[in-house]
Design a protein around this ligand. Structure first.
Ligand code: X2X
Length: 364
């Protein structure tokens, strides 16, 4: 009696223990398989700080990726090119190598690896949002994305820094002659150096991380950046004069290391891609808000339930003591004429096929 009673009890207890052990081992291995499948954190290169629209776009992307992948993928933006010790022009090289997982970066910074991206920086070629969108979403934009794919980068979506404007502490620039001898900080992209040299200015190559200190200390007389950068960094503290000339445009691209991207399961790729498109649209609308009438303000309000107050940029800069001049079509033509040799030279560097595609996108 005792034996028959004990035995089943003994068996049942051991069965339970073994069962619990098996379940634990199974769960642990599932968890570690999951951990092995994805990194704890995906590092994202961002050139500027979190408060600029560009930085806000990176934060939005990270939030959306987390939400859309149910927390499986965590993107961490590293602002101020921290992963590159400030060397912003190395971003695409480092993402291609897989040293950095992904980036939200400017076409200006991508161009050392992707010369096609310089299509946006041919002087006085694209100067309206309408023209820009035709190229971004047309055959030329597609060619830029294809060039990235060929260099082991996976482009996900467009965003935008904006049309770049000139400010300086010396002279209200209205003609190419006004540029003579002006020390202008530019990114070390050779197309920018060429453009400013051609205009008789003295371009100084400086990373963004050093630029604001450079303006403060008067190491340079001037700079060129979009309104969405100039207002938050309070350019009016350093420069008295602004020339609005939309001389080049600066789109941003969200992109990923291709090998890592291809190893993601399809549902994760889809979720990250959707996050990139949404964050790109949000950030583009932020950077255009107040510069394209009601269009971008409405996108922010209706699609993102987000409202911002954006003062008229000219009135705002003037209220801060700046003199602002918007080039007339005649003045623009003089600049376009003066930079023609650079334009012609750089069509060859970019690739005449890409230039022809851009012209076709524009119907020119
Ligand atoms: O360095 C710049 O001027 C900036 C922040 O606009 C870019 O990264 C292109």
């Amino acid at each position: 009696m005792l034996n028959t009673k004990k035995r089943p009890a003994f068996n049942t207890r051991w069965t339970q223990i073994v069962f619990v052990l098996l379940v634990s081992v199974f769960m642990l291995s599932a968890v570690s398989a999951q951990a092995a499948k994805f990194k704890k954190e995906y590092k994202m290169q961002v050139t500027v700080g979190p408060k600029l629209y560009w930085g806000m776009g990176a934060t939005k992307f990270a939030e959306l990726v987390k939400e859309k992948t149910n927390g499986q993928i965590i993107v961490k933006p590293y602002f101020g090119s921290a992963l590159l010790k400030g060397a912003q022009l190395k971003s695409s090289q480092m993402v291609a190598k897989g040293v950095i997982d992904c980036a939200l970066d400017s076409t200006i910074n991508i161009s050392p690896v992707i010369p096609e991206a310089n299509i946006f920086h041919l002087p006085f070629f694209l100067n309206t949002f309408e023209a820009l969108d035709k190229v971004k979403f047309g055959k030329a934009g597609e060619a830029v994305f294809k060039a990235m794919e060929a260099k082991r980068l996976e482009p996900l979506a467009w965003a935008e820094n904006g049309f770049r404007q000139l400010t300086n502490s010396k002279v209200l620039v209205k003609t190419p002659e006004d540029m003579k001898g002006l020390r202008v900080r530019v990114v070390g992209n050779p197309l920018f150096i060429d453009t400013f040299r051609q205009l008789g200015a003295d371009p100084v190559n400086m990373n963004w991380g050093d630029a604001v200190a450079g303006f403060q200390q008067g190491v340079v007389d001037g700079q060129e950046n979009p309104m969405g950068v100039l207002v938050p960094i309070q350019i009016y503290q350093y420069h008295k004069y602004a020339t609005l000339w939309n001389y080049v445009v600066d789109p941003l691209i969200i992109y990923w290391n291709q090998r890592e991207w291809k190893a993601f399961p399809k549902d994760i790729q889809d979720a990250i891609m959707a996050a990139a498109k949404e964050a790109g649209r949000f950030e583009t609308a932020l950077s255009r808000a107040g510069l394209d009438g009601e269009t971008s303000l409405n996108i922010l309000k209706n699609e993102f339930n987000y409202s911002i107050e954006v003062p008229d940029p000219i009135a705002f800069l003037e209220s801060k003591g700046m003199e602002v001049h918007e080039l007339t079509p005649e003045e623009l033509a003089a600049f376009s004429e003066a930079t023609r040799p650079v334009y012609d030279k750089w069509i060859k560097e970019i690739g005449p096929e890409v230039y022809e595609k851009a012209k076709a996108d524009l119907g020119r």
